[in-house]
Design a protein around this ligand. Structure first.
Ligand code: FES
Length: 72
């Protein structure tokens, strides 16, 4: 089963573990979940549109998101 998950964060969450920091992916784009792999940089210039990110790094705007989202 596939699903779309809406994420709005553009940066990781830092968790302190003693003297170390662990960076948790909050953008949903990391290929090393749950850890940040800096893929969030792809989302840095997002505007108020909805995008799907392909593995190749392409970004596609999703139009009619509201129609899909409200069809529950
Ligand atoms: S926050 Fe998702 S890759 Fe960094």
């Amino acid at each position: 089963m596939a699903r779309l998950v809406k994420k709005e964060y553009k940066a990781p969450l830092e968790i302190k573990a003693g003297t170390k920091s662990i960076w948790i992916c909050m953008c949903g784009l990391s290929g090393n979940q749950p850890f940040c792999d800096k893929s969030h940089k792809k989302a840095a210039n997002e505007d108020n549109k909805i995008y799907v990110y392909e593995n190749e790094g392409n970004r596609i705007e999703v139009k009619n998101w509201e129609e899909c989202y409200n069809d529950t």
